[in-house]
Ligand binder design. Structure first.
Ligand code: AMP
Length: 180
């Protein structure tokens, strides 16, 4: 391909495999359901290849996936890059010593946690999730890796909901395969 991103031939297929579910999980939200894309193994493989390419370009030495759907893409991306994977989990799930960051939800707050060991200090961490919406979750993930002395190399998402302006809250490079 002479122009456009390397994954351009896949964009239409990925988009066709993301199902819009109006008013889920609550009225007014259009939920972007990725389960049809998970069913299509060629499209899934191409998506993980493209996310891994973004991580390679950003020089990631560790991949951190955001619970839960960030795990679906984060682990295959880490495998492709042959670097460690670390899960960022919701509060109370990790058994070992951990660091945490709070972030705002529409109603109330939530917490993301990471194990302190093995240490990610000095690593370049690629943060992976399925959807970038307001950016609150990914911003907390960025703060979390910084708290442990690592450098956020960037964030990679399958989907970016551009109208919500999440990218502006991240202050790190952002890659997204499908934008709405
Ligand atoms: P945010 O913190 O607002 O960027 O929200 C990001 C998180 O919420 C991600 O982990 C997504 O999985 C989920 N999410 C937010 N909005 C949607 C949506 N419209 N469809 C599917 N997942 C969403």
């Amino acid at each position: 391909m002479a122009d456009g991103p390397p994954h351009a031939p896949w964009s239409a297929r990925w988009r066709a495999l993301i199902r819009d579910v109006p008013d889920f999980p609550q009225p007014g939200i259009v939920f972007r359901d990725i389960t049809p894309l998970l069913w299509d193994s060629a499209a899934l493989r191409a998506a993980n290849d493209a996310l891994a390419e973004a991580g390679r370009t950003l020089g990631a030495t560790v991949v951190a996936g955001i619970e839960a759907r960030g795990f679906l893409f984060g682990v295959p991306v880490a495998e492709r890059l042959r670097v460690p994977f670390v899960p960022l989990r919701k509060a109370g799930k990790l058994p070992g010593g951990r660091a945490s960051e709070q972030y705002a939800l529409e109603y109330g707050t939530a917490v993301l946690e990471i194990h302190r060991e093995p240490s990610i200090a000095g690593q370049r961490v690629l943060l992976v999730d399925d959807v970038l919406a307001t950016g609150g979750t990914a911003a907390a993930a960025v703060r979390l890796v910084r708290q442990l002395g690592a450098e956020p190399a960037g964030c990679a998402f399958l989907i970016e909901l551009t109208a919500l302006g999440g990218r502006a809250h991240l202050e790190v490079p952002v890659a997204a395969l499908v934008a709405y």
